[in-house]
Write a protein that binds this ligand. Structure first.
Ligand code: FAD
Ligand code: 2HG
Ligand code: ZN
Length: 470
């Protein structure tokens, strides 16, 4: 009680939440795990974050930093001990500055991704990070997980978009490393150490981010293909022929779209009808930052050739902005449809693009031999070698029972295949608490030892997000 009073004193009574009704903070997005928190504390500024951390150090209270709680790997919710404190960054939601001359925006960690996109656009600039959760995920969470999303192909991951950070260290010190500099080689790059550290090395309170010219011309195409090798051929040719126009290359298998159709029947899906569907679909986006552009003729010639060469079987072209948005809506609805279908097994994996077809053919076969009638929801950002190779239990089976019995085996089989092709068991969602064990088996022992050394040096008391990542 005494320590709760101290928190109340720092952040104000309405911003210390205890007792029941905290499920939005203590349950993960996938509804797999319900944790129990000592309290949820919502500081209003960086100094308050630092003060809360100092109190936690003094009382040996583990801290779980949390943004929008859209993470998919159990990194931002407490365990069920009732001892861990959720430190929510939600109230740090101000855009501090847009610096047009330096093409840079400085934002607080609790800003939702969409609010940053909107602020940039208002100033006639573009912040390219984009993903299905952008309405609720925060930039602090994006940085902490080094999120990817749909525009990585052209603009890179969150890491590539960040110029500087403001952080609160595990000692409760504030490091102001907000920067508009493109070049700064003054020793170890702490910003890059913090990005992707999933709340285990410091609490991100603000960030300076790169801005880009607004795309002025955009086109979206929906393509149907019969084989993974053809999808790879299409990717190679798209990279070569569309060059810097290419801004997204998303792939979906038929089953993932059938799930969308089942749970969102109002969303019409092009080139997918009863009696006529294709094994694979690609959503391809091209864009240019000027209106005086060759984009349309280049795209047109590219599409004609892919049809002529039988790489693609059918094409639908968005005729207007509304249809473009509709194509994206279909794609973004896949994880939502998966949730509606029930608990599932997710594998957010990366592979060298060239190995994707063989990986998919072999792994599909292995799994369907071992687990009869298993349903594979395979989609993702193949333009950067990122597959969401997810598994839904056989129709009519209870998902909970199925997961309890088979999830570990399924993971082992899939990750063994990932290792065989020198891929990664986490392309963009991170490790959190969910893949912590798996990481021990698939990351080099040398790398793991270095990571442990860094964690011990920066957070010797293991105050920040213990039990995540390592
Ligand atoms: P949270 O879930 O609150 O936290 C995630 C992790 O970051 C936790 O470990 C937490 O402790 C830590 N953390 C949060 N804020 C801070 C902070 N300020 N300082 C230090 N640590 C912090 N991810 C992708 O990469 N690409 C996608 O395309 C994508 N699409 C998604 C679509 C849907 C429908 C959903 C539900 C999720 C998707 N995600 C995607 C996953 C998720 O949205 C991202 O991981 C996102 O970056 C998490 O942000 P958040 O604010 O919700 O973080
Ligand atoms: C996406 O790309 C997200 O839609 C979610 O990364 C992936 O739920 C998933 O498996
Ligand atoms: Zn994704």
């Amino acid at each position: 009680v005494e320590v709760i009073n101290t928190f109340t004193h720092i952040v104000g009574e309405p911003y210390v939440l205890i007792g029941s009704g905290l499920e939005d903070y203590t349950t993960d997005w996938r509804k797999r795990t319900l944790g129990k928190a000592l309290a949820v504390v919502l500081p209003g500024n960086t100094q308050e974050v630092a003060k809360v951390v100092k109190v936690c150090i003094a009382h040996n209270i583990p801290i779980v930093p949390q943004g929008g709680n859209t993470g998919l790997v159990l990194g931002g919710i407490p365990d069920n001990s009732g001892r861990q404190l959720i430190l929510s960054l939600k109230r740090l939601h101000h855009i501090r500055n847009i610096d047009v001359a330096n093409a840079c925006i400085t934002v607080e960690a609790g800003c939702t991704l969409i609010s940053i996109q909107v602020a940039a656009k208002k100033a006639q600039w573009f912040f390219p990070l984009s993903m299905g959760s952008e309405g609720s995920c925060t930039i602090g969470g994006n940085l902490a997980t080094n999120a990817g999303g749909t525009q990585v192909l052209r603009y890179g991951t969150t890491r590539d978009l960040c110029l500087g950070l403001e952080i609160v260290t595990p000692q409760g010190e504030v490091l102001d490393d907000l920067s508009a500099l493109r070049k700064d080689n003054t020793g170890y790059d702490l910003r890059h150490l913090l990005i992707g550290s999933e709340g285990t090395l410091g609490i991100i309170t603000a960030a300076s981010l790169k801005l880009f010219p607004l795309p002025k011309t955009k086109s979206h195409v929906w393509l149907a293909l019969t084989d993974t090798h053809l999808v790879l051929d299409l990717l190679v040719i798209a990279r070569q022929r569309l060059g810097t126009y290419l801004s997204a290359f998303e792939v979906m298998n038929t089953f993932s779209l059938k799930l969308v159709r089942k749970h969102y029947p109002e969303i019409a899906i092009p080139l997918l009808s009863d009696g006529k569907d294709y094994p694979w679909y690609v959503l391809l986006e091209v864009s240019d930052t000027t209106t005086i552009t060759n984009l349309q003729p280049v795209l047109q010639a590219f599409l004609e050739d892919t049809l002529k060469d039988s790489i693609v079987s059918d094409i639908a072209i968005a005729q207007n902005l509304q249809q473009s948005q509709h194509f994206w809506k279909i794609r973004e609805s896949i994880p939502l449809a998966q949730s509606r279908e029930g608990l599932n097994v997710k594998h957010d994996i990366a592979l060298p693009s060239a190995q994707i077809p063989i990986f998919v053919t072999q792994t599909d076969l292995l799994l369907s031999k071992e687990f009869r009638d298993i349903r594979i929801v395979n989609y993702g950002h193949w333009g950067d070698g990122n597959l969401h190779y997810n598994i839904q239990c056989p129709e009519g089976t209870d998902p909970k029972t199925f997961l309890a019995e088979y999830e570990t085996n399924i993971n082992q089989m899939v990750y063994a295949q990932v290792a065989k092709y020198r891929g990664s068991i986490s392309a963009e969602h991170g490790i959190g608490g969910l893949k912590r064990r798996a990481l021990q088996g698939y990351k080099s022992p040398v790398a793991l030892a270095m990571m442990r050394t860094i964690k011990k040096a920066l957070d010797p008391k293991n105050i920040l997000n213990p039990g995540r990542v390592l």
